[in-house]
Design a protein around this ligand. Sequence first.
Ligand SMILES: O=C[C@H](O)[C@H](O)[C@H](O)COP(=O)(O)O
Length: 248
Amino acid sequence: MQPSTQEQTDKEKQLAATAAMRWVRDGMVIGLGSGSTAAQFITLLGQELRDGKLRIQATATSVASETLARSFGIPLLEPRRGLRFDLTVDGADELDDQLRLIKGGGGALLREKVLATASDYLLIIADSSKLVPQLGQFPLPLEVVPFALPWVLDAVDALGGAPTVRPDKQNNQEMARTDQGNLLVDCHFKALADPEQLALQLQAIPGIVEHGLFLGLASAVLIGKGEQVVVRKRGAEPVNAMQFTELP
Ligand SMILES: O=C[C@H](O)[C@H](O)[C@H](O)COP(=O)(O)O
């Protein structure tokens, strides 16, 4: 029997997360991403740590990832000045061949961008459905301060973003809240002709704490496709992850 699309996607996520373990070195300080693919990576990392094969320290990008990391006894570092990460491993909702990303489908974009920016190496792990010719089919998430919501919606509408406020998963009548207590707005631009320009426009709107465009941040992307995992770097041909040698 052929595996379902969901089974295939899950397998590709698992393969990408497994390949990412090649990037991990003993003693590293690691940023832990959020979402289902990052959770696979945290699980593998936790298992190695439990088996005594690895000593690392980490900081998580969401309460959910922190809880998972704690369940394996991964030592967690609180935010502090000067803290940098040797490596952060995270998922993505969409990515293009220039390693531009849309993130925040799970609402964790703010902490994810903070850690991505404080990292020497951001490794993105994803299944093959995430690689697209042009960003924008996946709604672009914004984290928004509740007081500013009406004006943010007006401003995003004026940019053609057809914004919707994300409902809470458990209770559709309520609005979803981020780990910081802010709201999430999803923008339906459909196709992002100029992500860099859009990022500047969004940054200029008061009340938007962060947007889900991650531009120039990813060092490399690991994509599970079928039985293989390929590494993509900006301006380079994809390489099989097992043969890739430019590890951090
Ligand atoms: O806010 C969530 C994050 O940006 C995730 O990394 C992203 O949504 C991808 O999640 P998944 O690995 O579950 O597809």
